[in-house]
Design a protein around this ligand. Sequence first.
Ligand code: KIV
Ligand code: NA
Length: 265
Amino acid sequence: VKRVTTTSLQTMKGAGEKIAMLTCYDYTMAGLLDAAGVDVLLVGDSASNVMAGYETTLPITLDHMIYHAQCVSRGAKRAMVLVDMPFGSYQSDSSIALASAVRIMKETGAHAVKLEGGEEVVESILKITKAGIPVMGHLGLTPQSIHQFGSYGIQGKGEEAANKLIKEAVMLQEAGCFGLVLEKIPAVLAAQVTHALQIPTIGIGAGVDCDGQVLVMQDMLGMNDGFAPKFLRKYASLGEEITRATTAYVQDVKQAQFPSPEESY
Ligand code: KIV
Ligand code: NA
């Protein structure tokens, strides 16, 4: 199979073929999502929430992200493996940013990194891309800045915020980003950014006009019933299915209905 690359994503934008991205954090799911045709597997720092159980994405470490990325890389045959740079691994200084990105590429077999922010991360993006590492940007609601935002509400509302976001999107493209995640911004603004850029945009809560879409895997598979924002479409109710299966298993064990003679040696 031919691997999805930054070039194929660019070609897809040119051809109007939408890009399907999902988050992934482990080997088994990577194999399943890859075989189903997902173009990009994002090892998101949302692992901090859905894998580790933290309230925010801030606590997850570079070592944790590298572990998840290694697991996903072993399972992905066709999809591009894109890895989030975690909070603290790139913000302070562009040399630290490069060192973090190099670790991800060297130790995981991933194909690209993603980091959050606009003007303030341009220097780091320049340094990382100069080293030959593809970088995806991320604007709008950037969860690593949650304590500055105060809530996970919509971003880019109003003319001033919209203009700033468009300006920063162009800046990220000029710094060498091969794509850009737009999170939780008005659909009209996301469409404007998408048309203004040559590089593909990937939306989450950013309307249908982005060049692609991304969701957190556990959310879209319905494993996380407490989380139901308007932008989320649930494609399965795996949470219910897992509960049903596990309850049946517990019952069988308690009642000595499992294993049967046929399941014994
Ligand atoms: O970490 C993550 O899951 C993400 C996506 C929601 C874009 O960054
Ligand atoms: Na993320």
